[in-house]
Design a binder for this molecule. Structure first.
Ligand code: DAH
Length: 468
């Protein structure tokens, strides 16, 4: 793992081993209150119509969404649904790991302030509710600042279908784009992605058979347990939560030569869970060396997720008073940046094919290290040719070999774009697209033309094709 990537990702968080719970509470509040350089950016005249994904709102003194952010929302395909985007691959890896978890995706990120804050017990004077931290559509609507905003409606939806089915206790995940007012730099972006994963358990749940979920004589909340909860049951749920997360992190980050990743659970504060934890990881030795092979400081820990035991008042309210459960929230960008060594959060949004082509064919959990794309423009040229009449031995690999041999490092991508057979005589034609780009300079048309022409000549000579 490249040192600068670790350094950058560390900046997203500020994990510090020795923080007390109070300090973590303050850190939580502070983190939610992101310093915003352009506080008034996005303010609009009052009383105008504002359309987001075909729903219409009327601006008021709370509205603070810039057009650029609306463009991100209305982008044709959300990143988590776009194969070839690392966010999609990470989301898929979670779906594969958390099998049988129902997956909810709420395309529209506009939620009510009740959903975003009250439904998960965020205090009414909490800084995250301020206009400087959250994008307000109007006084009553915001862009969700976390996927936790949808917990309540998922609970309610599942309350009816799973009422009397212990073996069918709700397990679900919510994957979505979330928005926070923030400065934009390598580690911060107004839009990012989260996966909220939740599992509930009822008393009849087979593993729970030996213990009661509730202990009505338990009237006081401790650091380890909410009031009314039975500590033994909580320990089982806590253990399931943690072991599932740990096995995912091992799958993702253990080194290929068997060096396991180091993890630790640190007490944390979230308004909607108690007790709560954050998971911090320390990359294995061979991953935490810099490019010169020097070890990084092994005492540096990265914060990976927040989680905890769901506040019982939420479950009582949403139709699951006979259940207890855990919830967790992963940040998909952080996982992706770490897993693929992607140094800049803005890259996830690029339409540069030099980026997407690197992830197009990857499968979830397939290790890959991102290669930086050039800042110079691409030159896109096509070659169309007739295959030789006798082409039983034809192999596309030969075409690629010739393209790479002549184009060398100036070829960023080459792929078969079109195949066609002429009906009248069955003759086959191929069209290849070659994307040229240099890491050092902007290529000129003349220069690329010359290389392209030499590739054409070599294809004719070596493979006996006829240029069309
Ligand atoms: N909603 C939290 C955030 O955005 C993340 C989170 C923390 C989700 C703990 C959870 C949880 O479900 O239990 O910072």
């Amino acid at each position: 793992m490249n040192q600068s990537v670790i350094h950058i990702i560390k900046n997203i968080t500020s994990a510090n081993s020795s923080r007390s719970l109070l300090q973590r509470f303050i850190a939580y509040s502070f983190r939610q209150s992101i310093r915003c350089k352009f506080k008034r950016f996005g303010d609009r005249p009052v009383g105008e119509s504002l359309k987001i994904l075909d729903r219409e709102y009327r601006t008021d003194e709370w509205t603070n969404i810039p057009d650029k952010v609306i463009d991100l929302i209305e982008r044709h395909d959300p990143l988590y649904k776009t194969p070839g985007n690392p966010i999609y691959l990470i989301a898929e890896s979670l779906r594969q790991h958390y099998t049988d978890f129902e997956c909810f995706q709420f395309r529209d990120p506009v939620v009510t302030t009740w959903q975003n804050f009250d439904s998960i017990l965020v205090p009414s004077d909490h800084v995250s509710r301020s206009k400087t931290d959250t994008f307000y559509v109007d006084k009553q609507h915001v862009l969700r600042s976390h996927t936790s905003a949808h917990q309540s409606e998922c609970f309610k939806r599942l309350a009816n279908t799973t009422k009397h089915q212990a073996l069918n206790d709700p397990k679900f995940m919510i994957i979505g784009d979330v928005y926070r007012r923030d400065e934009v730099n390598r580690t911060h972006h107004a839009a990012f992605h989260q996966a909220e994963i939740v599992q509930l358990y009822s008393e009849q749940h087979c593993r729970m058979a030996t213990t009661n979920l509730f202990d009505e004589s338990n009237e006081t909340r401790t650091d380890h347990c909410q009031e009314r909860h039975n500590l033994n049951a909580i320990r089982i749920v806590e253990n399931e939560l943690k072991s599932q997360v740990e096995s995912y992190i091992h799958l993702m980050f253990d080194s290929t030569d068997g060096d396991p990743i180091q993890m630790r659970w640190v007490p944390a504060y979230f308004p909607f869970t108690h007790p709560s934890w954050e998971l911090e990881i320390q990359l294995p030795r061979n991953k935490s060396t810099n490019d010169n092979g020097e070890d990084l400081d092994k005492s540096e820990w990265l914060e990976m997720l927040g989680c905890g035991i769901v506040e019982q008042s939420i479950l009582d309210r949403d139709g699951h008073s006979n259940r207890i459960g855990w919830a967790l929230g992963f940040g998909l960008e952080r996982l992706a940046m770490l897993y693929y060594a992607i140094p800049d959060i803005r890259l996830f949004w690029t339409r540069d094919t030099g980026f997407s082509v690197q992830f197009d064919r990857l499968k979830p959990f397939e290790r890959y290290r991102y290669r930086p794309i050039s800042a110079y423009p691409q030159k896109i040229f096509d070659i169309a040719f007739w295959l030789p009449a006798e082409c039983s031995e034809w192999s596309a690999n030969d075409v690629h070999a010739i393209i790479l041999e002549i184009g060398g490092h100036l070829v960023e991508q080459a792929h078969l774009m079109d195949e066609w057979t002429r009906p009248k005589d069955g003759r086959k034609s191929n069209c290849y697209r070659i994307v040229y780009r240099s890491h050092e300079r902007a290529l000129t048309n003349d220069e690329v033309n010359r290389i392209h022409h030499r590739i054409e000549q070599a294809l004719v000579k070596e493979l006996n094709v006829e240029i069309r």
